[in-house]
Design a binder for this molecule. Structure first.
Ligand SMILES: *Cc1c(COP(=O)(O)O)cnc(C)c1O
Length: 363
């Protein structure tokens, strides 16, 4: 991974000519000089742009796979599902995963004749995948932070004749490598930690099967689900500091989680990196970090909202993975969690400043 990260930072260096800009130029052109069609690297911006190519080169190095980028995480998830599933086929989805994926599937795939089956993330460990065309997995689950064995699920899904798509948003390719564990496609919201500054929606699909990736690429060009140049440029910039941000965010999350777990106001604390967490053993085995998300349950909705309102270093917003720590009571979206459950996304604030503010708000 270290070599891949260094290559990512220097992916343009070898191609620079004397006087070229070192930072990636932002190319907004929709049309490209095309005296003849053959041999042109760029034709029209719905097919591809130099700015997408640059961010896809970075993500490709990180994923060690072909990458197609999309204007959001949901754009990537839609592409993976719509480019794969046909009428009459079955997809298995996590009932406790990212809720928009479920709403999309029930609202659009099911009416087109896809059999949408939802099971709990932890049940992937034992579920019978017979008859499924696609097993779609999210681990750690969002927001519950339950973890399943990706390699074991892939082996059982493949034996049943199904392909596996993994939503790797919470971990990023730096901390979890589903393709190496047997997954057929990875989908991710780069809106979160990769872009990292809460200012760009973006997503990608990664895979190592050329035919499958061609279909994903065709979906983008034909459906018109194309990323904007500015967003691609922002994500390119964000990816350059992803590793250093994650290092800080995950280290801080580990410290904060351990202290929250000891706090009398906290009824339940989930963080995959705590040795007594149900996700710890598997996380240690299949992840290269424990992430920056913490699940914390306070007494009830009022106590949870008061805590968020009193803590000056937690922005009250949905989404995660930004530089600012954030907190949100997930029951407000209808997630199957207690009313007092808060998903914390730890940012890059110095740890003692953040903890001091959180402890004061809890006391
Ligand atoms: C945010 C998120 C998405 C969707 O990403 P958008 O960029 O908001 O479309 C998908 N999966 C997970 C796990 C997410 O957290």
């Amino acid at each position: 991974m270290q070599r891949r990260l260094a290559q990512m930072l220097h992916h343009r260096s070898a191609g620079l000519e004397k006087g070229d800009p070192v930072a990636l130029p932002l190319t907004t052109s929709t049309s490209y000089h095309l005296p003849e069609v053959q041999g042109a690297p760029y034709i029209y911006a719905r097919n591809g742009t130099p700015t997408w190519a640059a961010v896809e080169a970075q993500l490709s190095l990180l994923e060690d796979a072909e990458v197609v980028t999309f204007p959001s995480g949901m754009g990537a998830i839609s592409a993976a599902l719509f480019a794969t599933l046909r009428a009459g086929e079955r997809v298995i989805l996590p009932s406790d995963g990212y809720y928009v994926t479920r709403v999309l599937s029930e609202g659009f795939l099911a009416p087109m004749g896809v059999d949408v089956v939802q099971i709990k993330t932890l049940d992937y460990a034992t579920a019978d995948f017979t008859g499924a065309a696609v097993v779609y997995l999210e681990t750690p689950s969002n927001p519950g932070l339950d973890v399943v064995d990706i390699a074991a699920v892939c082996a059982r899904a493949h034996a049943a004749g199904a392909m596996v798509i993994v939503d790797n948003t919470t971990m990023t390719p730096l901390m979890q490598r589903p393709l190496d564990l047997g997954a057929d496609l990875v989908v991710a919201a780069d809106t979160k930690a990769p872009a990292g500054h809460s200012d760009a929606l973006f997503g990608h699909v990664a895979g190592r099967d050329a035919a499958r990736m061609t279909r994903v690429r065709d979906w983008r060009r034909l459906s018109g689900s194309v990323p904007g140049s500015m967003e691609a440029w922002l994500v390119h910039r964000g990816l350059e500091t992803l590793e250093v941000r994650l290092e800080r965010m995950c280290a801080t999350a580990g410290v904060i989680a351990a202290r929250l777990a000891e706090h009398p106001a906290v009824l339940r604390l989930r963080y995959p990196g705590l040795p007594d967490d149900p996700s710890f053993a598997l996380s240690k085995q299949q992840m290269q970090g424990f992430g920056f998300l913490i699940g914390m349950t306070l007494k009830d909705a009022t106590v949870a909202e008061d805590f968020l309102a009193r803590c000056p270093y937690l922005v009250r917003s949905t989404s995660f993975g930004g530089t600012h720590s954030a907190g949100e009571r997930r029951a407000r979206w209808g997630d199957a969690v207690p009313e007092g459950f808060i998903r914390l996304s730890v940012g890059v604030e110095p740890v003692e400043a953040l903890w001091g503010a959180m402890a004061a708000a809890l006391d």
